[in-house]
Design a protein around this ligand. Sequence first.
Ligand code: PMP
Length: 398
Amino acid sequence: MTSALYPTYARADIAFSRGDGAWLIAENGDRYLDFASGVAVLSLGHAHPHLVETLAEAAQKPWHVSNLYRIPQAERLAERLVAATFADVVFFTNSGAEAVEAAIKTARKYHAANGQPERFRLITFEGAFHGRTLATIAAGGNPKYIEGFGPPVEGFDQVPFADLAAVEAAVTDETAGVLLEPVQGEGGLRVFPPEFLRQLRRLCDERGLLLVLDEVQCGVGRTGRFLAIEHAGVAPDIVALAKGLGGGFPIGACLATQEAAKGMTLGTHGSTFGGNPLAASVGGAVLDVVLSEGFLPRVASLGGLLRQRLAELQDRHGAIIETVRGEGLMFGLKTRVPNGDFAAAARAEGLLTVLAGDNVVRLLPPLIIDETHIAEAVARLERACARLAAPAKQMGAA
Ligand code: PMP
């Protein structure tokens, strides 16, 4: 396959021409159950009527005016995010990495505004993923993403996953805060224990540190709560969102308390496209659905059902599936076979999944699925396991 695109992605040779709810239809007519959601982006699935209608309406109005003028759609979206969360103020971006960048800058600037500019370092955790910009690769700490790109951005100190003693030991006079994904996505679906998060909040309070969350993947309802941190009953200072917020339209957001955002004064940050009318309109339409009565409890209960079905699958196929972990509609299967082989077998059975670190296969269905999609996905996973158990006989039979 020749292409004028950078060869930075390992793409499957499939192009999709149609999407309908949790289903994707390839150009050749093959139907796939989409438990990848464009990597946790399609919170409402494909071609959701409310999103389609909202976008069509927004397209009749000015697409873009820039942040030199008021953008009522963005003002409204910010108000709704504030009403739904711990936050007082919002900065809009176009992607997850930019939302995390805004979160890092907000945390650093907070201490600068307090007369302590030397407090710029953030403590991060092994297995983290925060994006692919220069600061966010440094924050993530994965050498694979850092090497060859020049001196890494200074100021990130990584400690072992969910290790409070290690966090305490890493705090210095230069520490600005702690940055983490309440549920690590790319790192392999590792869930921070709620008790650890409560202890971490206490430590942050004692040491004057900001608790900064990257909920780019686990936020906006994916775990059955609007923010994943709500499971721990902990109030953060700054949270980065993206992915599910736009339901497929590129938008990210950095949410903060008034106090944490106090350094972000006139002229300190900006984005040409951030909070653009099209993106903000679609984001608002996503919230219409995700924040509607009963939606999130339904995600939580479907998540419970999926967890149970996956645990049963693991019981039947312990030689292939080692562990099942996750929360809400965000699960990882740590496999005993190479995760790429498992995902390929699932795809051959018409089920789309996403790989993650630690040899995990992620299941990230749209939040609008029902019990029938779960039954269908598990049946396909079952057949994928059968293929892997008898590779010589069955692989390539599709
Ligand atoms: N943070 C987390 C937790 C993510 O999962 C991702 C994307 N996988 C990002 C940041 C980066 O988002 P984007 O690719 O939109 O820049």
